[in-house]
Design a protein around this ligand. Sequence first.
Ligand code: ADP
Ligand code: ZN
Length: 517
Amino acid sequence: MQDPTALLSSIFGFSGFRPGQAEIVDAVMAGKNTLAIMPTGGGKSLCFQLPALCRDGVTVVISPLIALMRDQVRSLRETGVEAGALTSGNTDEETESVFAALDAGSLKLLYMAPERLASSGTLALLRRINTTLIAVDEAHCVSQWGHDFRPDYLRIGELRRSLGVPLAAFTATADEETRAEIVTRLFDGVQPETFLRGFDRPNIHLAFAVKDTPRTQILRFAAARKGQSGIVYCATRAKTETLGQALREAGHSACHYHGGMEAEDRRRVEIRFQREDGLIVVATIAFGMGIDKPDIRWVAHADLPKSIEGYYQEIGRAGRDGAPAETLTLYGQDDIRLRRSQIDEGVAPPDRKAADHARLNALLGLAEATACRRQVLLGYFGETSEPCGNCDLCDRPADLFDATDAVRKALSAILRTGEWFGAGHLIDILTGTPTPKVKERGHDQLPTYAVGRDLTKPAWGAVFRQMMGRDLVRPDPDRHGALRMTDAARPILRGEENITLRRDTVASAQPRVAIKT
Ligand code: ADP
Ligand code: ZN
């Protein structure tokens, strides 16, 4: 066997390992079953390519994306490494040269789409060519709960058993369930050597803010960073266009980007962004996949991202050069309500919906964090860390209060009105606001009427938002989004548990600035 460190520079031209790589390479070299969880761009491919070159025999690489396989094979071949791919995108010549190299015993890495495993000849082939290692890229594709499920990934476990060789699995998806499922399906439930490293991006400043005057908030954030390249992510295509326009009117160089645009127009934006300094792209999450610009100085989310993984990936586009970069994520009650209803109204089976709610809860836990935000973020990925000193909550600790009493009053208002109303009406009841709706329904006669006068309406808004975020109450799509209590709230209602919330309503309590929307 060859020494991996020597090949690191002679073949790949790298001066050293990135965080986490050396340990993974050692374990794979030693023939152990391994599961490595690393962020996108963390350098996973090296962790199987290097051992593949040093070990005897052939390494089979299962990967879900043909384009990615072809890229890797091309760059390996450019450095003189014998690698090939068997995919549906091959020309006849390509396939033939792969088989010729296999017959000559010179091929070191054989890339293959999972669909190939369905054909009966594949196992015989892999036996014949002395396969000594299976590497699985994007291993989370084996998870049925994930969004990238590929049924043919389920055949990999069987392949490992019948070849009797070690397997190295790689993924950037970190949540517990997915990890557990990878262990079950790829390793027969026997925990492989597991590596989890390098999720921290210490140069990126993290900050969240409650949506208050969203357009003004984004314009203010951009104005403080004029002339720097940035991305604003929006939930809808229409919003990318209006917000792009608003930024241009405010004197920025800005354009929009979304999946509904002609490929040509999208390409033009990508090229401009890559080449120009100080351009702002206002985009849906369609923007970013192929963007490799090192000096993006900031990323803002005008709407709550889809998941922690999504958030992490999107903010991770900032500050690739290691220099300070800033982020701001806006979120509000409407985001939470919308996301909950989308899950509930979807066609997924009940336990999938429960898993999606749990994922959303994790994201909202990050948004409503009460101490260092990076600790919460890294904790989600399984990493422990010290308070970072580079997030909004390290800069300025959250103003917390014991909200047990307030939450119980809110729950009581919900229950006494039969779980048929939204936050607005409930707040009118709690604050004793005699609106026509309150009087019509006789809600001014309830024992809970006006029991919440100690808090302002915006303060109650924050309480309800955080109750939704902690999943104590949930909008019911069959009742026009009326809030209903969940089981998680029962211990608080019964007085068995206390709850601490943030009193972050200072901004919302200010009179709104007049802006056009
Ligand atoms: P991913 O984890 O997303 O699969 P890649 O394996 O594509 O990431 O690696 C991301 C980038 O990092 C590539 O451009 C690769 O060449 C580079 N890279 C990987 N390892 C090292 C290293 N030890 N030193 C410098 N660059 C590295
Ligand atoms: Zn911090």
